[in-house]
Design a protein around this ligand. Structure first.
Ligand SMILES: NC(=O)c1ccc[n+]([C@@H]2O[C@H](COP(=O)([O-])OP(=O)(O)OC[C@H]3O[C@@H](n4cnc5c(N)ncnc54)[C@H](OP(=O)(O)O)[C@@H]3O)[C@@H](O)[C@H]2O)c1
Length: 320
């Protein structure tokens, strides 16, 4: 079968012919109809990911067929027994196990979930990793209430857009930041009340003057400007972060956090139960993933380049 294999750091995955893997007990060989890119895949090619294994087929997201039925895959393997955190055996499909940038995949059937009927194969492939990450970071960790003000930072990202869509579905007022006016306008078209350019040093003052502050913040960037997210928090606010694209948090102001009784959560992926609940939310509100582009399987490298440039708004999907 054709597959994109991670062969060297600082090189895009190499398209090559490999054998269809042999299956073990409880596993199935599924045919991949569509897959989607996550920032994780890019971190792996840059060598910025733990436990890298050369020769691995990349890709965590997939919409697949088996026996005439269509499924999506929960890419969070071996979550474990407590809802609070993942087990020591937790791993994500597509490193070290073979992933979805291939024609076929061997997967334990417990990770296959019936595709929501309102989604196309490409839309369904866009959902799993970013969807479950957004669900846990927003719904499980911050427990947003109807009418609360929620800020989604870096709204152009895959996880960020799902967080925005879930917050809107739950009746929250959503505000966004982005590095691009164009992305802010697109977020407003989807239901955000207002947006702020995070490069503008005065954006926090502007937000405070516009709406006073926010009750929930969802962030995937962190970095030296994380303090800005604390500044705009109302008393009792919750901040949940799932990524650190901008690096370490410098100069965090503890006084603001304890005086305003702010809770800060770290969040990663989600449990099997989170995945089921995320799917229920998506089906109940007929949420459709925001897709930046659908590229043919032969053009996987174009998807990587686009994510590196950061010009996308939503998920980059591959049709197999
Ligand atoms: N812990 C987990 O389980 C988990 C799961 C998924 C992803 N992640 C991590 O979360 C991050 C995002 O992943 P993704 O797949 O959603 O990536 P993505 O689709 O490539 O999105 C990255 C986004 O980061 C935003 N950004 C860049 N600089 C920013 C800044 N200074 N302030 C705020 N936002 C900024 C950009 O927003 P604009 O385009 O709007 O400027 C961009 O869209 C990555 O670091 C990834 O590794 C973690």
């Amino acid at each position: 079968m054709q597959a994109y294999v991670f062969q060297n750091i600082n090189e895009l995955p190499f398209k090559t012919e490999i054998n269809i893997p042999e299956i073990q007990d409880n596993e199935e060989i599924v045919e991949i109809k569509a897959s989607a890119l996550n920032h994780r895949d890019l971190w792996i090619t840059k060598g910025q990911y733990p436990n890298l294994r050369f020769g691995t087929v990349l890709g965590s997201d997939g919409c697949v067929t088996l026996g005439g039925n269509t499924f999506i895959i929960n890419p969070g393997l071996n979550w474990g027994t407590t809802e609070k955190y993942q087990s020591d055996r937790f791993k994500i499909l597509g490193m070290p196990d073979f992933g979805t940038f291939a024609e076929y995949l061997h997967i334990d059937r417990t990770y296959l979930y019936t595709k929501p009927t309102h989604l196309s194969n490409e839309e369904a492939a866009a959902l799993p990793l970013a969807g479950v990450t957004a669900y846990r970071a927003l719904v499980v960790k911050t427990q947003p209430e109807k009418g609360e003000k929620v800020l989604i930072s870096g709204v152009g990202g895959g996880v960020a857009l799902f967080a925005m869509q879930f917050a809107l579905a739950l009746g929250c007022e959503v505000y966004v930041t982005s590095g691009s006016e164009h992305k802010i306008e697109k977020a407003k078209e989807l239901g955000a009340k207002a947006g702020y350019l995070y490069q503008n040093p005065d954006w926090t003052k502007q937000l405070i003057s516009d709406i006073g502050g926010v009750d929930v913040v969802i962030d995937g960037a962190c970095g030296p400007t994380f303090n800005n997210l604390v500044k705009i928090c109302n008393p009792g606010a919750r901040i949940s972060f799932y990524g650190g694209t901008q690096g370490k948090i410098d100069g965090l102001n503890p006084q603001l956090i304890f005086w305003r009784q702010i809770s800060v959560f770290g969040s990663t992926m989600g449990s099997d139960l989170d995945f089921v609940n995320m799917l229920s939310l998506v089906e109940k509100y007929r949420i459709k993933p925001v897709i930046d582009c659908v590229l043919p399987f032969d053009h996987v490298h174009d998807g990587f380049r686009k994510m590196k440039e950061g010009t996308q708004f939503g998920k980059i999907v591959f049709s197999h």
